[in-house]
Design a protein around this ligand. Structure first.
Ligand SMILES: *Cc1c(COP(=O)(O)O)cnc(C)c1O
Length: 351
């Protein structure tokens, strides 16, 4: 049985016999060949979807949280705290519940998807909504955790990055090597940092031979790295990446430059189009922010980026579609309502 990312990749992680591994068996998520999307990108391109929505709390944050919470427990911490656009709080809440730690989360009021809020609440976290955005919430959490004996579990916590890098190990394990391209949504930029670190470590260990080009994508209304300056009031329907001043900004630029990659932006319309293609053509339901990686490669393909290019692209799909059911329902026409009569139903389906 799969043992969770700490046990499976122990020798690549800063853990010892004294680390109590708090796990919900995260990781081991499927890498799905995307037949339809591949055909849209190029003749010699294979697109794979790393479906991180199938982690225990429904997002990739669990890979980092198993590490952050295990280390907090090892270090004797009693309370953890995070700022969150939703998924960090859902994950921190679940792993804290398992570990018996108290968890405090700060969220931007009115800007968090319903599924994520329900998770933080049901796992018993102290949830505080602030009248501000994610960047404001993170500043407050940094200030409080610096002064008081509370462990910060945002991706500024280096153990988060360590755990999240296991995503690249799994991709290499399944494909037999790193892909040519790795496409990923960029919000606070911890995940692009983590994946790049993982790819480099696997290559240094001689397990993989290649390094991918890292393709990061932000939402147009929240694209500080693309624009080259912080965005005061970020705007996008992709709430998980609605961030104006990413904590791992420099590391994301490092991943981009060292890998000969790029960080570009996509519009909300492009994100929603990719969101619908994933659900209706590939059978994979993700939250809007997750579709950013696919929206990004579709945009690049339209500009001829993959012309005469051969190889594999892995798109990380960061979170599950059920996190934000309201968005799905708002994006598609409502079901028709009929009398419970056979004739009426047959007529409606054209028989
Ligand atoms: C956290 C998150 C992101 C952004 O990841 P960063 O590490 O902040 O760049 C993207 N999508 C989803 C679903 C997330 O939960």
């Amino acid at each position: 049985m799969w043992k969770g990312v700490i046990e499976e990749y122990r020798k690549f992680l800063p853990v010892s016999d004294k680390t109590p591994a708090v796990t919900l068996k995260e990781g081991n998520t499927p890498l799905i060949f995307a037949c339809h999307i591949s055909s849209l990108i190029g003749d010699d391109i294979e697109v794979y979807l790393k479906y991180e929505g199938l982690n225990p709390s429904g997002s990739f944050k669990d890979r980092g949280m198993t590490m952050a919470i295990s280390k907090a427990l090892e270090e004797g911490s009693k309370v953890v705290m995070c700022a969150s656009t939703g998924n960090t709080s859902a994950s921190a809440a679940a792993y804290s519940a398992k570990a018996g730690l108290k968890c405090v989360v700060l969220i931007p009021e009115g800007n968090i998807a319903l599924g994520k809020l329900s998770q933080a609440l049901i796992h018993g976290s102290k949830v505080i909504a602030i009248k501000g955005n994610f960047d404001d919430a993170l500043e407050l959490v940094k200030e409080i955790t610096k002064k008081y004996p509370i462990t910060l579990v945002n991706s500024l916590n280096p153990y988060r990055i360590e755990g999240q890098k296991t995503g690249s190990f799994e991709i290499c394990d399944v494909l037999g090597d790193a892909p040519e391209f790795h496409a990923i949504p960029v919000g606070n930029a911890g995940n692009i940092t983590a994946y790049w670190k993982g790819y480099k470590e696997y290559k240094a260990a001689g397990i993989s031979r290649k390094l991918p080009r890292m393709l990061g994508f932000q939402a147009e209304g929240a694209a500080p790295i693309v624009l080259g300056h912080p965005v005061k009031e970020p705007k996008t329907i992709a709430t998980a990446i609605k961030i104006g001043n990413p904590a791992s900004w420099k590391q994301a630029e490092g991943a981009r430059d060292e890998s000969n990659g790029l960080i570009d932006m996509v519009s909300d319309d492009e994100i929603l189009a990719a969101y619908k293609i994933l659900a209706s053509k590939e059978g994979v339901f993700v939250e809007p922010a997750s579709a950013t990686s696919v929206a990004g490669i579709l945009k690049l393909a339209k500009k001829g980026f993959f012309k005469n290019v051969k190889g594999r692209i892995v798109c990380v799909l960061t979170g599950h579609g059920l996190k934000d059911p309201e968005r799905a329902i708002a994006s598609i026409s409502k079901p028709v309502s009929l009398e419970p009569k056979t004739d009426a139903i047959l007529e409606e389906i054209g028989l």
